[in-house]
Every structure is written in C-alpha cells, then in structure tokens.
Design a protein around this ligand. Structure first.
Ligand code: FES
Length: 403
C-alpha cells in the first residue's frame, strides 16, 4: 500500500488544518485509536466519557492490528494512539510498528507516565513519528493537584527523553480558569524544555470538563489577557516555537465545524472496538454505533446508521436549514447540541442564531461571578469510582433548555 503519508502534522490542531484541505473525499484520513481508557491520572477535564468505567473488554492486539489494516485500506493516513494512557498497554510497540509499516504518520498522545528510556527506544525503533506530551500546569503544585498524581518531575524527564530521541517536542496544556492567569509561566516552561510546538487548548465542555464546568470556565477578562500574552510571546519568540491558542467555544458566536464534518475525516475507535465519528458520540440517544468485532470498517464508515445520521446537511432543522453559513460550520457540534439542548439535531447552541443560545450565554455570565456564587459542588476527579457513581445518576445533569 503506498498512499503517501501526509506532511507531518505536529499537533492535533495542525492535523485538523492539514486534513481540512483534503476533506472533500469523505475518507477517514485521521484514525484515532483509543486503545485503553485505563489511566494513572485523574484529570478534572478528561475527555473520556464520564461512564468510561463501564467499558470492559478492550480489543486485543489482533483486533487492533485488523483496525489499522482496514482503516489504512479505507484511506486513513494519520493514526493517533491515545487513551486513557496508551503506554499502559504493553503491545503499543507492536501496534506502532504495524502502523508504521502500513505507511501511517503515527502519533502518541500521552501523559508521559510509563515512558521509560527503554520504551522510548523501542517506540523509536517501531517508527513512532510524533509524541504529544500533556502538562497540567507550569508548577508542580497545580500540575499534581489537577491530575491528582505526583507527576510533574516525571513529565520534565519525559520531555527531555523526547528531545533526546529526536522527536519534535509537542506540549499540550489544557487551559482553564485555574491556570489561565499563569499562561506566561506555561509558555516559559515550554521554551525551557525546548518544545517546538505548544498547544494551549482551552478546555471545551464535554465529559468530565462539563461536570466541572463551573470550576473551569475562565472569565472573559482571563481569556482576553491569556490571548494577549500568548500573542506577545509569539511576537517575541518568532518561529522558534509555534503556539496554538484555542478559544473555548462558549466565548464564540458561531460554532466550529466539529470534526470537520460528521463522518467526513475522523474515525475514532474506542477501547472496546466501538467505531465513532467523534470521541463522545456514543452518548447520543437513538443512535447505534457498530463494533469492529461485528462489522468491517468499510461497511461501518459508509453504510452504518450511526455514521450516516448527521453526514452532510440533510438532517438540519431551522435555523441551520436556511442559514447562509451552513457550509462553513455544518451546524456545529452534534454532541454539544445534545448536551446543552437535549436534541442532537438542533443547532449547536454556541451559535447566536440558535433558540437555545442563552444556555451558553448564561454559563458565560456565571463565569464572571465570584466562586461562592458560581460553584455548586467540589471538583470531581476522573476515576473509576466517580465514573460509576456519576453513571448511576448522581451527577449534576447537564444543563439543557427545553427542546
Ligand atoms: Fe461529537 Fe462534536 S464532539 S460531534
């Protein structure tokens, strides 16, 4: 198979930009292999589903090898190994080696836990192209608090290991209310660790971040300041480090073209083999998503109801149906529409044309209040026990406006 691998897309943002140019052919160019939900960290904004603890039966090595081959035959060119923490699986090197042999551009998204010198050498030999290392903050206190682990020094060592092995250093830091004021320190840490790329990804409010939204959504003032400081550093540092600053959807008036269009470019396989058009789609009611154990990826991608339901524009209701901007954003994010309005076929309420837009503006207005008037429950850390508790209905229900 000799489909040419894409130009190195060093960050997820970069990958999305690279793929957006080629999005018209409707093939799953980007494969996200979520090989496990197991993770030693407990991040309060983790994007894994809140009910992740109910997922059992991880695909075995053979199952993943088949996924890699079938997706490559469908036209996938970029493969991200993610989790959870992908290093938890001891067959990661086998999977990376096969992905490399098949001609993928390979990428590992990691907390760094488990990346010893020996494993780094094996992954290098297997052909891993790119590592994205996450930090929670520039200080040990906040890093360790937000992940509920003592991992700050380990991450510093892993950053060095990545450089020593010749990988480009891609640092990802989720930005939110508790670290936005220290964005200068975060950028300085990235420079000190010689990162080539820094993704300052404001938290988006899905999964665990939605549960903890009152703690995480920054104030308007914080956001403006953080973006201004990032731009000042960009001007000062030039091309020595590329910085991506991703604004939270809630502060926009138009939604993003989520996943570059449903079932258009992105294919996610969850640890148990469920195929999804985005990593949170499984929560959408009335949709079934096939499992790679039962169906081949070609049939899943082209023929399944789950992948076809929100493809294109045929599903749109007003105001999207008659909106002159419908091609630009395709109505926004189906998962956000469901989480905030109760109907995945509604316009993403981030859009100020949505009848439900006030649910977003109210959250933003709440974010301007002091803690005592804003926060309704203590931070909830991601973990199997909390997952079970929240899945059984003890969670604060997502905010919704009547459909
Ligand atoms: Fe599912 Fe946007 S995250 S469509």
């Amino acid at each position: 198979m000799d489909i040419e691998a894409p130009q190195a897309a060093p960050t997820q943002q970069g990958a999305m930009q690279a793929t957006s140019m080629q999005a018209t052919n409707g093939t799953p160019l980007w494969l996200l292999a979520e090989i496990t939900y197991r993770c030693p960290l407990h991040c309060v904004y983790c994007y894994n589903p809140v009910d992740f603890a109910q997922t059992e039966n991880e695909l075995d090595t053979e199952g993943w090898l088949r996924v890699l081959r079938e997706a490559r035959a469908l036209g996938s060119v970029q493969c991200g190994f993610s989790g959870g923490e992908p290093l938890v699986r001891d067959d990661l090197e086998v999977l990376v080696a096969e992905a490399h042999r098949l001609g993928y551009y390979t990428n590992m998204l990691t907390s760094g836990v488990g990346l010893t010198a020996e494993r780094a050498a094996r992954l290098k030999e297997a052909g891993l192209d790119h590592i994205q290392l996450s930090f929670q903050d520039s200080t040990r206190e906040m890093n360790d608090f937000l992940s509920h682990t003592k991992t700050f020094e380990l991450k510093q060592r892993v950053a060095k290991l990545i450089k020593d092995n010749g990988w480009p250093m891609v640092m990802n830091v989720v930005i939110h209310r508790m670290n936005a004021d220290y964005i200068d320190k975060i950028i300085e840490m990235a420079v000190e660790l010689k990162a080539e790329y820094l993704e300052l990804a404001n938290s988006q409010y899905y999964s665990w971040a939605l549960v903890n939204r009152d703690h995480l959504l920054p104030s308007r003032e914080q956001l403006i300041r953080a973006e201004r400081i990032t731009n000042e550093y960009r001007a000062r540092l030039g091309d020595s480090i590329r910085m991506f600053f991703v604004v939270p959807d809630y502060y926009e008036n138009r939604p993003k073209k989520c996943m570059n269009g449903w079932g258009n470019v992105f294919l996610t396989i969850t640890p148990d083999g469920t195929a999804l058009p985005c990593h949170t789609a499984k929560m959408l009611p009335g949709l079934t998503f096939p499992n790679v154990r039962d169906m081949d990826l070609r049939s899943i991608w082209y023929d399944s109801d789950g992948f076809n339901r929100f493809r294109g524009k045929g599903w749109m209701k007003e105001p999207c149906r008659s909106c002159p901007e419908q091609d630009k954003d395709l109505g926004g994010c189906r998962c956000q529409a469901y989480m905030l309005t109760g109907d995945a076929a509604n316009a993403d309420p981030v859009c100020d044309k949505s009848l439900h837009h006030r649910v977003v503006t109210e959250a933003v207005e709440k974010a301007q209040l002091p803690e005592a008037r804003r926060v309704e429950h203590p931070l909830i850390f991601r973990g199997p026990n909390e997952s079970r508790r929240l899945s059984h209905g003890a969670a604060a229900a997502p905010e919704r406006t009547p459909a």
